[in-house]
Design a protein around this ligand. Sequence first.
Ligand code: MLC
Ligand code: AMP
Length: 501
Amino acid sequence: MSLNKLFLSTFSRYPSRVAFQFEGREITFGEIEKRAGEVAASLLTLRVEPGSRVAVLLPNGPDLIFAHLGINFAGAVRIPLNPAYGERELNHIFEDSEAEIIFTHPEYVPRLKKLRVFPREIIAVGEENWVRIGGRGIGDFLVAGDTFCDEEVKDSELAMIAYTSGTTGLSKGAMITHGNLRSNIETLIKFWGWTENEKLLLTLPLFHIHGLGLGIHGVMATGCSCILKPKFDPEEVLNILNRGEATLFMGVPTMYHRLAEIENPSRFDLSRVRLFISGSAALSPALFQKFEELYGHKILERYGLTETIMNTSNPLDGIRKPGSVGLPLPGIEVRIIGEKGNYLKAGKTGEVAVKGPNIFKGYLNQPDATEKAFVKKYFRTGDLGFFDEEGYLHLSGRKSELIISGGYNVYPREVEDVINTHPKVQEAAVAGISDPELGEKVWAFIVPRGQESIEVSELKAFLQGQIAGYKIPKGVTLVSELPRNAMGKVMKNQMKPVSGL
Ligand code: MLC
Ligand code: AMP
């Protein structure tokens, strides 16, 4: 069954139920069905065909949801994009994906039009109307209709291409099918005891698998209600939970850190919340314990990737082990593999590899990277870990230099490539520095050209607009040279954020 069919069955069960509360607006499932149907019908008037790629560059809100669902209802493939992306990221994604259409906020239109590459039709999503700006001039986008080309959409067809940071410095498009998304959300709903009576508080950004594939898809699949926020604000979250307006919260560890560090936490009674779920980055046992002491809840930690959606989770009813990402989800096989691709026993650390209906179809336009990503039909996650005797997975590191800052992934190479184009920079290396709030923060080590000096503010100004803000180094250390091993590889574990000059 396609994701579309799953969502359509919810619409027919609960047409008048409020699905989302967003900034004073209430949106029912019936309204979502109508708007998403109109989006689908309107896309077909723009020669969108099954398999066409359509990007969404919108802030959190109902319009983003209408656009995403409408694209899939038209049989097309959606590409979620972070509004913080700069020129470099967008040019690459549009070139690589050949996205034909983009839904965006009217304010972002001038920025898009300045890019080297952009889709043939831009749909500016305004409060009153949706305006089409494209080859055939400017006009209204939305037409009446309810096109659901569901009969033809199969489990194996692509629903989404999600860009995830790439080791080579440019992001890779992970091709995710209807079957991947549908099977995973169905599994999670059962595993987490998520029903139509749930009230989800969703403050995650909706351009990653966490907010979209879990948060939005969970609401669509269960028919539960959701308070959706433009962004995360710890005081606001605690007030909503204290008033008993939500029963489920999902977040990244940085959010839980901020909830735990709030002034005077005893003001808040969170006893009416059923479940707190954390993922996208490691939740430290210290934070797990502090949250339990303050609010009486054991956070349920789970583990996933854009390419696999969710793989493991601590149980709802069994033991939630601090520092562990839990048990393989039903129907999903998780193995630990050694250097030669051999399977390792419990207690032995190796690369985490996953097989199941959740595994993506491969990287767009990258057959080599796709081939390398699999061993014996298992997807290699790049994460290192081991199983304990009770079958719980513990992650212990990563094979690559990936930095995870507040739940966002940053590959050093991408940031280095841009810093290296600065005229005062001879050479740069970027690494993750441990940080209590963000987990890791991005830091640049720079060998300046000649006698030049370079300030953090100057570097930030240079990078702004080229790459997303969360990738911009929080600090810079000037060094006379980068430490290298005999092979000439920079030894990042030897770089410390104190001045080396
Ligand atoms: C924001 N900024 C960050 C940052 N988030 N810097 C480093 N790391 C981060 N994570 C910077 C912005 O660029 C900006 O800088 C300044 O902080 C303020 O921006 P903001 O938007 O007001 O930030 P804030 O609200 O504080 O954001 C923190 C946060 C956010 C934790 C709420 O980072 C967040 O929503 N993270 C969730 C990411 C996520 O959903 N990941 C899922 C990936 S999927 P300036 O200088 O530009 O003003 C995945 C699979 C799985 O991993 O398992 O789930
Ligand atoms: P992304 O490519 O943005 O989907 O990020 C996927 C990566 O996030 C994984 O490969 C892990 O390194 C990391 N991740 C996700 N969940 C967890 C978790 N619970 N603990 C530690 N790391 C996690």
